[in-house]
Design a protein around this ligand. Structure first.
Ligand code: HEC
Length: 153
């Protein structure tokens, strides 16, 4: 009996955690797929468009430090960058949702979706992580590829 109770408690707290992540994942998918947000350039599959938009699948930047991903998603990105062995030198404008800058929660949700769908990192990204990364960010305007932290090979 004791055992059953314990597993019940464990099971329900586990599903509580799982559902918070699942909700973030669902919100993130909706945002990612919004025309004009990520999907338009990086494509629904995350494969990008050869020669124009880099892939999110098999990208060392998506696998690498979270701080890069948060800053790219918050500010956009410009300047030369190598992704999965190919060089790009394009512009990703600051992402807007219906004309407004993304909130920290929207950034967490989009990155939860991106990491869980297109990378080996199957962890959710939380609002607290995003706030911590952005708290001493002095960036104004777009983020430069040369300011990114190098992902480990
Ligand atoms: C208008 C097209 C466009 C949109 C919309 C866009 N991106 Fe990008 N993205 C780019 C381009 C172009 C680059 C490469 C920029 C450079 O050359 O410096 C890039 C680079 C990136 C990178 C780093 C390189 C890689 O492929 O891993 C990430 C991560 C990324 N974008 C994520 C996102 C996310 C998340 C969204 C949605 C919030 C988004 N992008 C929306 C065009 C876009």
């Amino acid at each position: 009996m004791k055992h059953t109770l314990l597993s019940l408690v464990l099971f329900s707290s586990f599903s509580l955690f799982a559902s918070a992540d699942e909700e973030s994942l669902a919100r993130g998918k909706k945002l990612y797929d919004t025309p004009g947000l990520c999907t338009t350039c990086h494509q629904p599959t995350g494969a990008g468009l050869p020669g124009a938009f880099p892939p999110l699948t098999n990208s060392e930047w998506v696998e690498g430090p979270l701080s890069n991903l948060v800053k790219i998603t918050k500010y956009g990105l410009m300047g030369e960058i190598e992704v999965a062995g190919t060089k790009y030198n394009g512009v990703m404008p600051t992402p807007l949702n219906l004309g407004k800058p993304l909130t920290d929660q929207e950034i967490a949700d989009i990155l939860t979706y991106v990491r869980m769908t297109f990378s080996e990192k199957k962890e959710a990204v939380t609002l607290e992580q995003v706030q911590e990364i952005l708290k001493d960010s002095k960036t104004t305007g777009m983020f430069k590829a040369s300011d990114l932290e190098k992902p480990s090979e």
